[in-house]
Design a protein around this ligand. Structure first.
Ligand code: NAD
Length: 335
């Protein structure tokens, strides 16, 4: 029997997770929700069946001629698990609904970690989510960091990590806010919260993070420096990355001079140019004075999608980490 999945909030993350769930043979989408009767609601209604995220909004959809099957509560009564993809902090407000309905829930990185029993990143701590009712998939930046650091942690003893994040200011669809011409220290007082978030899934990693917003919408960029106990060389690290499907290596020699070029590649490579993999620059992997340097780009709209699928498998004990990650990778074309 397939796990029945509800998507609460059919926005940037919700629509991608819905499509990813529908590619799996052990889970299915039973419906999605929206708050407003806009074009996304119309698409969600046609593709998966639409429910009103707020009961009082049912008539707003009907007035626009968008078929609505009921309310979030009706949807929850059909589901085994809800993937809360509502805006940051709203998931915590939705949690009592899920508890009342007796369904499991996956929250996103815009929520505080205490919303769930465990924070999750598949390569870092899959086993901690096994059998859990409430799991939070960490944010896009944290997922990007946690993946690289999990792989390095499995190979070496990490003494200290420093990571600077150059963050895209908003997603491409945004037309109400942004940063037109400036660089914004975010936060001004360092370090940033991302280190604390990484430690929710990798508690033993000694990491400090800094973050700045820039006027771009395509990807985040991470500059990472890792002090490693052992002697290692660049080729060892590159071959470790080559073996991990959720890391994709890009080379300046091939014309990948910026995030713009990586996205141009992704536009041909995958639907919605979703890059589920960390995009690591091959030439950036380098040792200096015993410290390992890495530059990577993260497609913020896509990176957490495979993690949501793995979280569902862990919560319902459908597969162990290796099996789940392999299956998710195969179905999403992560090779
Ligand atoms: P979004 O604004 O694109 O989508 C949110 C959706 O939730 C909208 O479609 C809206 O209709 C719906 N919604 C609004 N209020 C709701 C409510 N009360 N209940 C249910 N649904 C409601 O947002 P997003 O970018 O998809 O972000 C969703 C979550 O994923 C946030 O926690 C965010 O921090 C996290 N996240 C976002 C990104 C990213 O780059 N977009 C990356 C990783 C994690």
């Amino acid at each position: 029997m397939k796990v029945k999945v509800a998507i609460n909030g059919y926005g940037t993350i919700g629509k991608r997770v819905a499509d990813a769930v529908s590619l799996q043979d052990d889970m299915e989408v039973v419906g999605v929700t929206k708050t407003r009767p806009d074009f996304e609601a119309r698409m969600g209604a046609e593709k998966y069946g639409l429910y009103a995220a707020m009961p009082e909004r049912v008539s707003a959809f009907e007035e626009k001629g968008i078929e609505v099957r009921g309310t979030i509560e009706d949807l929850l009564s059909e589901a085994d698990v809800v993937i809360d993809c509502s805006p940051g902090k709203v998931g915590a407000e939705n949690k009592p609904l899920y508890e009342k309905a007796g369904v499991k829930a996956v929250f996103q990185g815009g929520e505080k970690s205490h919303v769930a029993d465990v924070s999750f990143s598949a390569l870092a701590n899959y086993d901690e989510a096994v059998g859990k009712d409430f799991v939070r998939v960490v944010s896009c930046n944290t997922t990007g960091l946690a993946r690289v650091l999990s792989i390095l942690r499995d190979a070496y003893s990490l003494r200290k990590v420093r990571a600077t994040m150059i963050r895209r200011v908003v997603d491409p669809k945004e037309d109400k806010k942004g940063l037109v011409n400036g660089i914004m220290p975010d936060p001004v007082k360092l370090p940033s919260h991302h280190a604390e978030d990484v430690r929710t899934v990798l508690p033993d990693v000694n990491i400090v993070t800094m973050a700045f917003k820039v006027p771009t919408t395509l990807m985040h960029l991470h500059s990472i420096a890792v002090e490693i106990e052992e002697k290692a060389d660049v080729e060892d690290v590159i071959s470790i990355f080559e073996e991990e499907p959720r890391i994709m290596l890009f080379s300046k020699e091939d014309g990948f001079t910026s995030t713009a070029r990586i996205i141009e590649f992704a536009r041909e490579y995958r639907l919605r140019y979703d890059l589920f993999e960390n995009a690591v620059w091959r030439e950036s992997v380098n040792f200096h004075d015993g410290e390992l340097y890495i530059t990577q780009a993260i497609h913020q709209e896509a990176i957490v999608v495979p993690e949501n699928i793995d979280a569902i498998r862990a919560m319902f004990e459908l597969a162990d980490r290796k099996e789940s990650v392999k299956k998710t990778n195969r179905t999403l074309g992560i090779v």
